[in-house]
Structure formats: C-alpha cells, structure tokens
Design a protein. Structure first.
Length: 190
C-alpha cells in the first residue's frame, strides 16, 4: 500500500506544522505567558486554543482543496489502494486521539510538560473538529464527490461549531458572572 506524497503527506505535514508553530509560539515566546496572564482559567485557555486551531485548520484545508481542484502545486487527493480517503477520516482520528487523552486525563497536572500536553490536546481537538466538520455534508449524504461551494451543510456546520467554540471561549466569563449573581440573590437553604 503506497500513499501518494501529494495527498496524505501534505495533509499530515500541514497538521504537524500548524500544531508545531502554535506550540512553539506558546512555549518559546512571550505569547504563552501573555495567554496565561490574559486567560488564567485553564479550560478557557484550552477552548481558545481549540478555537484558533479550528479556524486555522479550516482555512488551510480549504486552500489545499482549492489548490487540488484547480491543479495548483503538488497537491492531490489522498488515495489509498484506489480509494479516496476524505479528510473527515483524519479529523475523526484526531478527535478520537484527543478525546482519549482527555478521558485519560493527560495534561491535567501543574507541570510544564503537562501544560504542553494539555495545549497539544486542545490544538488537536480543534484541528480534528475542523477536518470533520468541513465534510459534514458526507455525514448526511454518503457519496464520493469533492466538496463544492454549493455544499451548504458543511459550511453551516463549520460556522455553527466555530461560533460555539468562540462563545464558549469568550462568553464563559459572562455566564460565570451571571451565575454568581443569581446564586448570591437566591442562596440555597439547607
């Protein structure tokens, strides 16, 4: 089984490079300290990283797909043993890996290596969600045709999930403050 360089390896290289650049910026530049200072809550930081990696992956994959459709550069479909493997498969694999890591509680300690793992998990989750939702139309209509701009289901899913991630990231303080005010007004009686 030989995997074509133009498909599998370019997609894999894009995922690894995007994750590596984000992790480099977070761990070896001031960006990580700034992120930690501005978003002190660990779950919100992870949501932020998932949101950023989600949008970066979506845009990157769209550019690659358009390059394939218009025969620009060395890009090509991922084909294994004559079967076109859609990028939603790679997204599902990333979601399974990141989900397992979360369930196994990797990246939950207060050590630098645990912080790195937690950030990596969040980035992989965002990437997996983007790859999977970019081909949401295949969830509903299983067929082997390339994505088109008329595929509203995938675009709608991307927008809805992207908004959900952004609201969870940026709206969390609003919900938390409102919940605290409500609890102070109506204390529970024991």
């Amino acid at each position: 089984m030989s995997l074509p360089r133009s498909g599998t390896w370019i997609l894999l290289l894009f995922i690894v490079a995007a994750a590596a650049v984000m992790l480099f910026l977070l761990h070896l530049t001031r960006a990580g300290r700034i992120l930690h200072e501005r978003i002190p809550d660990r779950p919100r930081r992870r949501l932020f990283l998932a949101s950023v990696s989600f949008f970066i992956t979506f845009l990157g994959v769209r550019v690659i797909v358009l390059a394939i459709l218009y025969h620009v550069g060395p890009f090509g479909w991922v084909v294994v043993a004559g079967l076109h493997v859609h990028h939603l498969v790679w997204g599902i694999l990333l979601l399974l890996v990141s989900g397992f890591a979360l369930v196994a509680e990797f990246g939950e300690k207060a050590t630098p290596s645990s912080l790195f793992v937690g950030r990596l998990i969040a980035i992989l989750y965002g990437m997996g969600a983007a790859l999977t939702l970019d081909e949401f139309e295949f969830w509903l209509n299983i067929r082997d045709v390339p994505w088109t701009f008329q595929s509203r289901e995938s675009l709608d899913a991307i927008i809805l999930f992207g908004v959900f991630l952004a609201v969870a990231t940026w709206g969390a303080p609003l919900w938390t403050k409102r919940r605290r005010k409500t609890q102070h007004k109506h204390p529970t009686h024991r």
